[in-house]
Design a protein around this ligand. Structure first.
Ligand code: GDP
Length: 282
């Protein structure tokens, strides 16, 4: 979906007033890219609110990186975090309970909790798990404004979904690449060759064992991203006329394997990647 200044302003206003009406915020991010899948605007308007960052899809993220992220977010207790898998009811309920326990309320009053996050982080799946039935459509719904839905849970908790769609922030470049490689934004938002190189470099530097396991023909492991793509292309028959490697096809194959988890549990960023310039004001 294309973001125009008008959309953005409307969404910002909707979000602000929706947040003011609830007791607590459950921000859902992708555990493989907890920073790139956060939106700094939310951070600013949610100060002083009871809140929790849910590092979702922890089942397909690198456990070591997830642990480092949990330590990072929980360090100043500014934005407490928990790692979960959206389809495991115990993990999701436990996180919600710990958030609601911070809300200062008379138990007779319902606690109002809003689930927020950029598309594709798993908000609908989490809502469905909490409700124990299908209350939200999973998959990306490309609409700017929609009706805010409320679901009543046991224990006197009302859950609200986001009134609009929280936009991903694709600047600076590194953030855009991380989002695209995870599939959170469309590949067309970035240059495909750059994306493939980024993916190949990440795998070579951080997950060589995963590469060898999935692509046993990579022996010895190439040193360069380009050589990696080429070798995979040759071995997997991604060829053009004349026997030349079809780089586009080979790149797609690697990125598909990476996103689907076939290359193992991989995270696309760790706290070590944090760049001070990454504090974009969007
Ligand atoms: P939303 O756009 O934030 O509402 O995200 P969805 O709930 O529609 O989920 C987006 C995609 O991620 C779907 O294909 C889900 O099946 C998948 N997904 C959601 N949560 C998890 C999770 O914890 N683990 C894994 N492996 N996939 C998940």
């Amino acid at each position: 979906i294309q973001w125009f200044p008008g959309h953005m302003l409307e969404t910002k206003n909707q979000l602000k007033s929706a947040i003011a009406r609830v007791d607590a915020l459950l921000e859902v991010v992708d555990a493989r890219l907890p920073l790139a899948s956060s939106n700094p605007f939310l951070e600013r308007i949610a100060t002083g609110k009871n809140r929790m960052k849910l590092l979702n899809k922890a089942d397909i993220a690198d456990p070591e990186a997830t642990q480092a992220w949990l330590e990072y977010f929980n360090r100043d207790i500014k934005w407490p975090a928990a790692a979960i898998c959206a389809t495991r009811p115990q993990e999701v309920s436990h996180a919600l309970e710990s958030l609601v326990s911070q809300v200062d309320r008379n138990k007779a009053r319902k606690a109002k909790v809003m689930v927020v996050g950029i598309p594709n982080t798993g908000k609908s799946t989490i809502l469905n798990t909490l409700a124990g039935r299908k209350v939200a459509k999973t998959g990306n719904v490309p609409a700017v404004t929609r009706h805010q839905q409320r679901t009543s849970l046991k224990d006197n908790i009302d859950i609200y979904d986001t009134p609009g769609i929280l936009w991903p922030v694709i600047e600076p470049r590194h953030r855009g690449l991380v989002l695209a490689v995870s599939g959170a934004i469309s590949d067309t938002a970035v240059d495909y060759h750059e994306l493939a190189h980024f993916a190949a470099q990440l795998l070579l530097e951080r997950y060589p064992a995963c590469l060898i396991e999935r692509y046993p023909f990579l022996n010895p492991l190439p040193g360069q991203a380009q050589a990696l793509i080429e070798t995979v292309g040759k071995a997997r028959g991604c060829l053009k006329k004349g026997g030349h490697v079809d780089f586009q096809k080979a790149s797609q194959l690697i990125i598909r394997d990476l996103r689907s988890g076939r290359l193992g549990r991989i995270s696309f960023e760790t706290p070590k990647d944090i760049n001070v310039d990454d504090d974009t004001d969007q």
